[in-house]
Every structure is written in structure tokens, then in C-alpha cells.
Write a protein that binds this ligand. Sequence first.
Ligand code: FES
Ligand code: FES
Length: 133
Amino acid sequence: MMYSEKVMDHFMNPRNVGEIENADGVGEVGNPKCGDIMKMYLKIENGIITDVKFKTFGCGSAIASSSMATELIKGKSIQEAMQITNKAVAEALDGLPPVKMHCSVLAEQAIRKALLDYSKKTGVKIEGLDENE
Ligand code: FES
Ligand code: FES
């Protein structure tokens, strides 16, 4: 299996690893295909994601995907973060092997779940999110 240099880089040196105390939104998702788990923490001020951290118990592609996802949404608005798909994460990593695409799905879901948590806590409505995320 061939991984891109970017995947290897984000796997070996993941960005934004950790937790945020008193995060404004926390999202935890599990991958039914493999049992891996990803947790995403968001700090949100005036509709902007000012900080983001993650913890992933999973494969290298899941770690690289989480790391890249945090870089893609840091400093962005909620609506911009809502546009991040697993494909966008995989593309930003210069691709993932087909059997590893499901790992990037965790990143998309974790972002949405953390935003949903923020929405529930604050009452701020986020277009495109529903209760069943
Ligand atoms: Fe082996 Fe996810 S299934 S690390
Ligand atoms: Fe499970 Fe990658 S193998 S997330």
C-alpha cells in the first residue's frame, strides 16, 4: 500500500493533538468498519473556530485525516467547516488508498458532531446539521 508524503508527515507529526478544556463543542465518532475512535474539540468565538484539537485511537490514515482536518478548519467560520467533506480531507493529503477512504469519513463526522454539540449547548442554529449526525 502506498501512502503520500503528506499522509506520512501528518501521521508521524500530527498537528493539534490533545484536548481543549472547556471546549465549546466536542464530537466523538466511531468507525463501524474497524472500531477506531476519533474525538474532536472545538473552541468557537463569534462564529469562528479559533482552536481545534483531536485525539484519535486508530490507524495511521485516521490520525493523518484528523490532523489534516484540524488544519483545514482552524481559523475558519462554522459554515466553512461545514463544507469540509472526507473527500476534501483526503485530497488535502494528496489522496488515500481506496481501502483507507473510510478513515477520512471519521474526520468529517467528528467535525459535524462537534459542531452539533456546540449548537446544542449554545442554541446557535447551524444550517445543514441535523439531530442524527
Ligand atoms: Fe486496524 Fe483501524 S482497523 S487500525
Ligand atoms: Fe479504521 Fe482507518 S482503519 S479508521
